[in-house]
Design a protein around this ligand. Structure first.
Ligand SMILES: [Zn+2]
Length: 192
């Protein structure tokens, strides 16, 4: 059986979700045979990610934070972006995962990204990690939240290296104020 499932979220958004492996969901935003990916998952699932991408061109990869299960396979892509506060701390953030293969990623610019019909606003939400970022697609009000918020209002962890509960509490308020209509978290179920 495949280690992942691939399903449609909205008209032009898809999700590659691992069934068991400790890896993040990967979201695909599609426009005219091009993709923007949110997160990449781990290297061991890259063959399935590559298969799901198919012949489409990955224009950009937007990574929500520097934990191995979200960023590890980002090194397979030319333009993968991560907030500098995580980029500069990749080793420490993943010190609990000795097998982590540090990917080469680029510093994220927090300005709005236009991609076809999508208008994607990166928002810095420190707490789970110092550089945690959520991506808010403003036209359809879809929020890609990484590990900063899960379905059912479940909070992210702040007990991992460089986590900060005080910052996290402020960030959650910022996230809830976005008034999103669909939550696409880094793990598990989506919330409509
Ligand atoms: Zn995480």
């Amino acid at each position: 059986m495949a280690k992942t499932e691939f399903f449609k979220v909205t008209d032009s958004v898809y999700c590659l979700r691992p069934r068991q492996t400790l890896s993040s969901n990967v979201y695909f935003l599609e426009h005219q045979n091009k993709l923007v990916l949110i997160d990449t998952g781990v290297c061991s699932l890259y063959p399935e990610l590559k298969n799901a991408v198919g012949s489409r061109l990955v224009e950009k990869v937007l990574v929500t934070h520097g934990h191995f299960d979200h960023v590890e396979a980002a090194g397979f892509f030319e333009k993968a972006f991560l907030h500098k506060d995580d980029l500069n701390n990749l080793s420490e953030l993943n010190s609990f995962m000795p097998s982590f293969q540090t990917p080469k990623v680029l510093p994220l610019d927090l300005k709005k990204i236009q991609f076809g019909p999508f208008s994607i606003q990166p928002i810095h939400v420190p707490g789970h990690t110092p550089g945690s970022t959520v991506y808010f697609e403003e036209n359809s009000r879809v929020l890609f939240s990484g590990d900063s918020l899960f379905a059912g209002g479940v909070h992210g962890r702040t007990d991992l290296p460089l986590g900060n509960q005080t910052e996290y509490t402020k960030s959650v308020e910022k996230i809830l104020a976005l008034n999103y209509s669909l939550l696409c978290p880094g793990h598990g179920e989506l919330e409509r």
